[in-house]
Each structure stands twice: as C-alpha cells, then as structure tokens.
Design a protein around this ligand. Structure first.
Ligand code: ATP
Ligand code: MG
Length: 382
C-alpha cells in the first residue's frame, strides 16, 4: 500500500483532497510557494517552493509515493520531472491540452464533441479576417484564464481588434457568444486501466463570470441531456488517455442543443457538493486515482445545492469587514460549511462554500433560499 500522497499546489482543492486522503489514513505533502497555504495548514507537510523550482520537485518526489496537482497551470517541466520519478497523474500531455483553450477545442473537435463556433487569434491578420457571422463574440486568452478573467465581449471586428490588443496581443480564441438556456458540468474519474466512473451532471449558475451556485438533484439537468453529456465526457477523457478526475463544462442552448465549453484536469468547484451529498466525493476519487486504488461508482444520497462564499460575504456595503451570520446559518439542518483558511478577504475571492443537503429538490432549494437571504448571496430556485 502506498503511504504518502503529494500535491502540487496548496489551495482549497488541495485542502479538500488532503482531507479526503487523511481520512483514509494516508500522509500528505503539498508544495506551494505561500507558507501556511489552505492545504499547507492541515497537511502533514508543506514544501514551500515555487512551482518552477526543481529543488522543490525533488523534495516532493523524495517525500511522496504518488503525486497529483490541484491546478492546470503547472509548468510543463514540473509534471515531466515528477512523472519521471514517481507515479504522477493526470498525465502531462493531457494537462498541456487543458492549459490551452485552443488545444482544448481542437481536442473536442477530434472527439466529435461540438463547441461554440470559434477561431484562433495569433496575429492581427487573424483578427481582421474574422467573419461577421461570428459576432457577438467573446475573446478569451488561450492560456491562464480563470473565473472569467482574460475575457472580453466584442460585437464586431473593430472591437475585437482593440480588445485583442488590450489583452496584450497574446494567443487567444474568439468564440461566438451563445444564448444559454443553462450551464452544466460533468465530473468523471478514470484510472490507468481505462475504467471510468462519473457523477450525475450538475447544473451551474455563474455571476460576474464566477460560479455562484451548483444544483445537484434529480432533473436539475434533463435526463436525456445528462446521458449524452456523460457519454461525451467519457469520450473526452478516453481521447486524452486520462488518469485522474476530469470536469467538463457544457452550455445548453435555448434551442435545446448543447456544446462543450471547457475542461479542468482536476476536481472542480461544481463538484464540491459531492463531499456532503455522495458516498464518495470527487476528492475521494482523486485520492484513489492518484494512489492507484480501485475505482468505484459514486452514489449520491441527498439532493444538494452548493453556494460559493466569495470575499464579498465578509464585506458590508461600504467594503468594511463584517462577520457573516454563521450562527443563524448553522442553526439550519442540512447546512455544511466549508471554509478554506484564507485570511485575506477580497471581493470575488473564493473563501469557502456551503453545501445544503435534503431529501428532495424542493426542500433543498428552500434551505438554499434561507441561507442566501442570511448571507446576501445570489440564489434563484430553478
Ligand atoms: P472558470 O474558471 O470559472 O470555469 P473561465 O474563466 O475558465 O471560468 P469560461 O468557463 O470560458 O471561463 O467562461 C466563464 C463564463 O462566461 C461561462 O460559465 C459562461 O457563463 C460565460 N461564457 C463563456 N463563454 C461563453 C459563450 N461562448 N457564450 C455565452 N456565454 C459564455
Ligand atoms: Mg469555466
């Protein structure tokens, strides 16, 4: 039996993975440049090193039996080094694709999973050659975007040109802005033998480009769509020869058709509800794929809603710090509070989340509305 699990990155995703691995009795080591990172606070050990520091990689390899990462923007050389020395997942080539929106869309094309109409932007000529039929559109930097950062909406070629220059003239994709009926995501876990298990697709609501709410209960995503999305996600994972937990985001359009948006080669914010609403969480499955333990299909036992807690919850109307109404919130049955141990409050910063569990969709939405009212969160029942 392997004894120590290592994680590149010490944020909240690593923290929840560490919690899952420790519950099973494993030792954990995280590598993060910031001392007392969210995961470092609770891990047996934190190596304080930059992600591109080969000394840090070496220390991690010496301390661990198997290694994974909590984020996709890992320097390619880091995963290559780690996987040459210790069992490491997800595989470096899959992460390289997920790091780059253009490679990612090309992968979706190869798997015959439709995305929004798009073009690659490498130079001014690419921008000037954009067809009018692509607009309105969104320009997204090919690399390093998250939570809606690195994205600009544009209505014509002229605006696209200005926006692309403002983004620094870096490689971008421009994609048609679609009329969305709803957004959802699918989380699968795949092992080295190609065995894949999945959670039921969940529905997501974003505010200002950041995930606000995940709805995970029967029919939050219509069943006929859910089956198609699981099949597409499994195909995407297989095409990557993937090992680990993979999340794929989808847009359902107003005409009932759907397209793939993007993927994350790791557990995802939209899967946090699985900790409290499923017998095995997305982090349990990440621990299992990393440590080469058997994979089993997870089972959801409660209807669930996840509400993200951004820094704004700690700020009043004049941006002064306040203590959220935890007492009232925690007095409600089926409330599971998760705080990530981040000390600096910033608007839009992910500080924690709450999962509500209940027996029915109706009941869980009722609870979510109560919690949202207490914490001034944007929540709408569906
Ligand atoms: P995250 O890291 O939170 O997933 P991100 O920065 O990677 O976000 P995207 O997932 O590409 O960005 O986009 C963020 C949100 O913007 C989407 O969830 C969706 O609400 C909206 N959006 C993005 N692309 C489109 C599009 N082509 N048409 C309509 N809405 C879009
Ligand atoms: Mg996204």
């Amino acid at each position: 039996m392997k004894q120590t699990l290592g994680v590149l990155g010490g944020g909240q995703l690593a923290r929840m993975l560490v919690q899952a691995a420790q519950r099973m009795g494993y030792r954990t080591v995280v590598l993060d440049p910031t001392p007392a990172s969210p995961a470092g606070q609770i891990s047996h050990q934190q190596i304080v090193a930059a992600y591109d520091d080969p000394k840090g990689w070496q220390q991690l390899c010496e301390a661990c039996d198997a290694i994974t990462t909590e984020f996709e923007n890992v320097p390619a050389a880091a995963l290559e080094y780690l996987s040459a020395h210790k069992p490491t997942s997800p595989p470096a080539p899959a992460v390289a694709i997920a790091q780059d929106r253009l490679l990612e869309k090309q992968h979706f094309d190869r798997c015959s999973v439709r995305c929004a109409p798009y073009r690659a932007l490498h130079n001014l000529a690419d921008v000037q050659a954009l067809p009018a039929s692509l607009f309105p559109a969104i320009i997204k930097t090919a690399r390093l975007g998250y939570d809606g950062k690195g994205q600009v909406s544009v209505v014509d070629v002229e605006q696209a040109q200005t926006a692309w220059q403002q983004l620094g003239g870096v490689p971008c994709v421009i994609e048609q802005k679609l009329a969305l009926a709803l957004e959802c995501s699918v989380i699968v876990a795949r092992n080295a033998q190609g065995h894949t298990v999945h959670f039921a697709p969940q529905r997501n609501d974003h505010h200002n480009g950041i995930l606000a709410t995940t709805y995970a209960f029967a029919n939050a995503v219509p069943q006929h769509l859910a089956d198609e999305l699981v099949q597409a996600t499994t195909r995407i994972a297989k095409g990557l020869d993937y090992v680990g937990v993979l999340c794929v985001e989808y847009f359902v359009l107003q005409d009932g058709t759907w397209v793939v948006n993007e993927m994350a080669p790791r557990p995802h914010n939209s899967g946090h509800y699985t900790i409290d609403a499923c017998d095995h969480s997305q982090f349990d499955l990440q621990a299992r794929t990393t440590l080469q333990l058997p994979l089993v299909p997870p089972r959801q036992h409660s209807a669930a809603i996840m509400l993200n807690l951004l820094g704004d919850v700690w700020l009043d109307a004049s941006d002064k710090l306040r203590t959220p109404r935890w007492q009232q919130v925690q007095a409600l049955p089926g409330v599971h509070l998760h705080l990530y141990g981040k000390h600096d409050v910033k608007p839009g910063r992910k500080m924690g989340h709450i999962t509500l569990t209940a027996a029915t969709a109706h009941e869980v939405q009722d609870k979510a509305a109560q919690v949202a009212a207490l914490l001034d969160l944007p929540f709408e029942a569906i």
